[in-house]
Ligand binder design. Structure first.
Ligand SMILES: [Zn+2]
Length: 100
């Protein structure tokens, strides 16, 4: 990958390529995506996700959150009939995993 950050901008330590987890929250939907390659500083923990990967991840998660929100709206009435109000089904977490 081009343009990788190999020296931490925060503390100057050499970064390492690792797979990280990024969390998002939008429109009341929480999403976490794991398996994202990033350069990580072993000393201070700063994570550098390459720009092209970050763009793809944000696009994918944004589209998925939009679709999840639409799904929740479409199924809201049905979910209410399935569960009593005090146990309303409120799926609010979405986990995406990149598998190599
Ligand atoms: Zn650092």
């Amino acid at each position: 990958m081009k343009g990788l950050i190999i020296v931490c901008h925060e503390c100057g330590a050499k970064t390492e390529l690792r797979l990280i987890r990024i969390q998002f929250e939008r429109k009341g939907v929480r999403a976490a995506m794991t398996g994202i390659p990033a350069m990580v500083c072993p000393r201070c923990g700063t994570e550098y996700v390459p720009a092209e990967i970050a763009g793809d991840v944000i696009d994918t998660v944004s589209r998925t959150i939009d679709q999840t929100e639409a799904l929740l709206k479409r199924t809201e009435a049905h979910r209410r009939t399935l569960a009593p109000p005090q146990h309303a089904l409120r799926p609010e977490r979405l986990e995406l995993v990149l598998v190599s």
